[in-house]
Design a protein around this ligand. Structure first.
Ligand code: UD1
Length: 417
């Protein structure tokens, strides 16, 4: 078992380079199989979720060549096979193979996807979208088979602006006959990145990044070169860490506009941020004031930063309120923060956080990816040495987190016990 041992209190100074976006890369890889030729994707993060997707590609017979930060995927010799539970449960994004295989072969069979336990995480909107395109859905226990004689473009309205459903429907619709429109589509930058990739391959998608996406089906897609956008959630996590412990800490290789909602909340609390064209420099201050935030779909405050941001709020004077509106079960970091000295009360979907409080070391568990990131942030700002277990969750989404933090002066070790 891997653990992280972090001794807090060090000032973090220097530059952290942000990697490619996990939530974009995990969709681009399945999307690549829609082409008849090989594609090259640059700025791929080195995280275990990517390894899990490459295992699925290998199982399907697609050739992959991975070097640092890039991947070449050749789907020429691949075959459509059922994706077993062993593969699908490793990560949430395995479900993008459902849309991609359906789009390519008009049939996909796979087991329910895995991922962090942060709520019920149904896939009904994905399935409704596939059905609207003409697919029949069969569910047997945990196994889902979607199959269509012909996929035909259709108008689709999403009851919830779901990231996964928006991308999955795009994947299934790019080669369907006619026009598909997705209304109330999610607008996250990762969706734009996936649509751009598909368009580079010859698809005809307009409106990605707005709430109406229009897809004109094409017969063939070709290979292309594409680059993953910077990870706004990784960047936001390090910005928060910088507000807790940074001195001229530069968060580099980012798109600052993707972080507008976080930046505005941090500024409101009094954080010292210097924003450049592709970087932000952050300095710790000692007089933050309480703020309230509510998670929402993009461009609202990202749910994936709610947990790390909670840690920042423990340092703000007064009572802050953090409301989670996307996931029902995303407060699992709270008991551990309380064990480290935080004053947090859970009131339904809202956290009431009284500050400022001094955090101290504890033995804590990374219950999910972003809870793990929150505990890393807490440990870096706490007195003493904190042990974090279940670190595998963190490594699913944060490339070289130990090296990146050590590089700016953190006392952090990854140990095998
Ligand atoms: C993606 C991100 C995740 C992020 C989330 C919201 C990936 C791999 N993961 O997850 O990090 O927290 O967006 O920004 O990109 N819903 C349904 N039915 C569905 C689909 C979703 O009810 O068929 C609900 C969910 O339960 C949730 C909400 O819609 O309450 C948003 O989910 P969604 O945007 O789909 O999240 P994911 O794509 O799973």
């Amino acid at each position: 078992m891997k653990i992280l041992e972090i001794t807090g209190g060090n000032t973090l100074e220097g530059t952290i380079r942000i990697s490619g976006a996990k939530n974009s890369a995990v969709a681009l890889i399945p999307a690549s199989i829609l082409a008849d030729e090989e594609s090259t994707i640059l700025n791929i993060p080195e995280i275990t979720d990517i390894d899990a997707l490459c295992d699925i590609l290998g199982y399907l017979g697609a050739e992959t060549k991975k070097s640092s930060e890039s991947i070449i995927i050749n789907p020429k010799n691949m075959k459509n096979k059922e994706i077993s539970d062993i593969y699908s449960r490793k990560l949430r994004a395995s479900y993008y193979f459902m849309g991609a295989l359906l789009g390519k072969y008009k049939k996909a069979s796979m087991y329910f996807p895995g991922g962090c336990s942060i709520g019920a995480r149904p896939i009904d909107l994905h399935l409704k979208g596939f059905e609207a395109l003409g697919a029949k859905v069969k569910v047997k226990g945990n196994k889902y088979t979607v199959e269509a004689k012909n996929l035909v473009g259709a108008p689709i309205y999403l009851d919830i602006a779901s990231v996964g459903a928006t991308i999955n429907i795009m994947l299934a619709a790019v080669k369907a006959k006619g026009i598909t429109t997705i209304d109330n589509a999610a607008k996250e930058p990762e969706i734009v990145n996936v649509a751009t990739f598909l368009n580079n391959m010859g698809a005809r998608i307009t409106g990605a990044g707005t709430s109406t996406i229009k897809i004109r089906g094409v017969e063939h897609l070709h290979g292309c070169f594409h680059e993953v956008i910077p990870d706004r959630i990784e960047a936001g996590t390090y910005l928060i860490i910088g507000a807790l412990c940074g001195k001229n800490l530069k968060i580099d290789n980012i798109i600052p506009e993707h972080l507008d909602s976080l930046i505005s909340k941090m500024k409101e609390a009094g954080v010292d941020l210097k924003i450049g064209s592709d970087y932000i420099v952050v300095n710790k201050k000692n007089d933050y004031k309480a703020v309230s935030a509510k998670t929402a779909v993009y461009p609202g405050f990202p749910t994936d930063l709610q947990q790390p941001f909670t840690v920042f709020l423990t340092k703000c004077k007064g009572t802050s309120h953090m409301t989670e509106t996307i996931w029902e079960n995303r407060f699992m970091h709270v008991p551990y923060l309380i064990s480290m000295g935080a004053d947090i009360e859970v009131n339904g979907d809202t956290l009431n956080i009284k500050g400022p409080t001094d955090l101290h070391s504890s033995e804590v568990v990374a219950t999910d990816l972003r809870a793990g990131a929150a505990l890393v942030a807490a440990a870096l700002s706490a007195k003493g040495t904190t042990k974090i277990t279940n670190v595998e969750h963190i490594l699913r989404g944060y490339e070289k987190i130990v090296e990146k933090l050590k590089g700016v002066g953190a006392k952090i070790e990854s140990l095998e016990i």
